[in-house]
Design a binder for this molecule. Structure first.
Ligand code: NAP
Length: 502
């Protein structure tokens, strides 16, 4: 193996001497597939092996300018279509995506290191559903009218304009399609900037959009670094709206960049979600649910329950069953359908997560399981980013590890004595995205759920999604709501026309 410095000055990557065939992914601007104007490239690495699997354009402000100009040019015609016409386009994209959903799953698993079963059942399936769902939503969309004694108010929903869509690496196409579909449905044109670490399925979407013949410039894709390409998009005077999903610190930069030109803004940010296990919960179902909530996608889901609060009277019993279930998870080859846990996204991210495990020990935590490179990882994966699922006991609920987002396969466990204490611990963080409560008493579940300061709470389940409901966070977890009617409203301007009847 050779080492090569990326042209971006990032960490060296491992090169496979036989990787001559790796694909060059391209930007998609005004219906054309193009490299960056500067002709520089970034390496896309496999999280599981560390090998280079693709190159992506290292786009800069020039490419963003071209993409925004293309989106502006396409806007008048696209926004003049009816809801039904745009819904038909979304259905065409959904159908074409569905035909290639196994390819989506394979690429997503390769690019993110996630298990193929998850990529098939969640990422690929949901990406198709997002387009179909918003096609149906916009077809059935009705605007309000409000009658007065001598006038009628007609609310008209106009497109906002050019939408800049910025997405993270953990659920690449799932989250990109969650933005593209409602943005297009409401008559906006799009410039998308996916994470440069997981560009593959965004490029596949561009290919599909090109194949179905969506008019040029309606959807544009620009690859590149967030601080260069993403920042050029958020500050661009030709962009009217920014929908950003990513970390809270980046969200703050995006917000200040977008604010100076008063762009419409949605921020879906980080989380440090509590899972509250009451003594009366069904133990078997709860253990399975809490393991899933803690470790799905190697704990790299914004909604993951990474702080597990357990009622004192069942603490020892629950923890013992929980550890057995955590240790039974199969970690390894993401392409194996039996795998439960794959690799973390990057070497840098693995360093960050491992740093939190060291910090936990300094903060008085005890590692009950995990915290190490898993044993028996095959040789082909030795340069990948592997970490065994980690459970930490003994931390103060106010410690950094128990209140900051780690975003990896790491959970801390804490005892609580009563409902009031559980709620107090759950709310003792700057984040406010989600949470779950596990109890046989549904009134108690609802009562606790209402007291948790987050945008979403599940009772006796987790990540059980109905796409019609509002999705989003409070506190440092975000601003605004996506989902169903909330997305259609965000991707449009409501204009009131009051007509006097006399
Ligand atoms: P991130 O580092 O904030 O990056 C998110 C996106 O923003 C990437 O495309 C990134 O590009 C881009 N970016 C970075 N700096 C930028 C800047 N200055 N201006 C404009 N764009 C910029 O987040 P991540 O590490 O990819 O994702 C993990 C985070 O996302 C976690 O905090 C997780 O909780 C959160 N998340 C939230 C939700 C939700 O719905 N609330 C869902 C999923 C994930 P580069 O990749 O090139 O840096």
């Amino acid at each position: 193996m050779d080492e090569e410095c990326c042209d971006s000055g990032c960490k060296p990557c491992v090169l496979d001497p036989e990787d001559g065939d790796i694909p060059d992914l391209l930007n998609y601007i005004s219906g054309e597939f193009l490299p960056a104007r500067c002709e520089e490239w970034l390496n896309d690495l496999s999280p599981a092996t560390g090998m280079r699997i693709a190159r992506v354009p290292k786009s800069n402000v020039d490419d963003v300018n071209s993409a925004v100009a293309a989106a502006r040019k396409a806007l008048p015609e696209w926004s003049s279509l009816s809801h039904a016409q745009r819904a038909d386009w979304l259905d065409k994209i959904a159908n074409a995506l569905e035909e290639r959903c196994e390819e989506v799953a394979q690429l997503e698993s390769l690019d993110t290191g996630k298990p193929i079963s998850l990529a098939r059942n969640v990422d690929a399936a949901r990406s198709v559903t997002n387009f179909r769902f918003f096609a149906e939503e916009v077809r059935n969309f009705t605007a309000e009218t409000f009658d007065m004694e001598n006038a009628t108010n007609h609310v008209v929903y106009k497109p906002v304009g050019v939408a800049g869509l910025i997405t993270p690496w953990n659920l690449p196409l799932y989250l990109l399609s969650w933005k593209v579909a409602p943005a297009l449905a409401m008559g906006n044109t799009v410039v998308a900037k996916p994470s440069e670490m997981t560009p593959m399925t965004a490029s596949l979407l561009a290919e599909i959009i090109d194949d179905v013949g969506l008019p040029s410039g309606v959807f544009n894709l620009v690859h590149g670094h967030g601080e260069e390409t993403g920042a050029a998009l958020t500050s661009h005077s030709g962009v009217d709206l920014i929908s950003f999903t990513g970390g809270t610190a980046t969200g703050a930069k995006v917000a200040s960049s977008a604010a100076s030109s008063f762009k419409k803004l949605s921020l879906e940010l980080g989380g440090k979600n509590a899972t509250i296990v009451c003594a009366d919960a069904d133990m078997e179902k709860t253990v399975a649910g809490v393991v899933r909530a803690g470790f799905l996608n190697q704990g790299q889901v914004c909604l993951c329950g990474s702080r597990i609060l357990i009622e004192e009277s069942i603490y020892d019993d629950f923890v013992s069953r929980f550890l057995t279930a955590v240790e039974a998870m199969k970690i390894g080859d993401p392409a194996d359908p039996e795998t439960d846990l794959g690799a973390l996204i990057s070497a840098d991210h693995l360093d960050k997560v491992s740093g939190y495990i060291s910090l936990a020990e300094e903060e008085g935590g005890v590692i009950l399981t995990g915290g190490i490179t898993p044993e028996g990882i095959p040789k082909q994966f030795e340069n990948g980013n592997w970490l065994s699922p980690t459970v930490i006991d003994g931390l103060s609920p106010n410690s950094r590890c128990a209140t900051e987002e780690i975003f990896g396969p790491v959970v801390s466990i804490h005892a609580f004595s009563d409902e009031i204490e559980a709620i107090e611990i759950a709310n003792a963080t700057q984040y406010g995205l989600a949470g779950s409560v596990w109890t046989a008493d549904l009134d108690k579940g609802k009562r606790i759920a209402q007291e948790i300061d987050t945008g979403m709470v599940w009772v006796n389940t987790w990540l059980h999604r109905d796409l019609r409901v509002p999705f989003g966070g409070v506190k440092h977890s975000g601003v605004g709501r996506e989902g169903g009617r909330w997305s259609l409203s965000f991707y449009s301007h409501a204009v009131n026309i009051c007509i006097h009847n006399d």
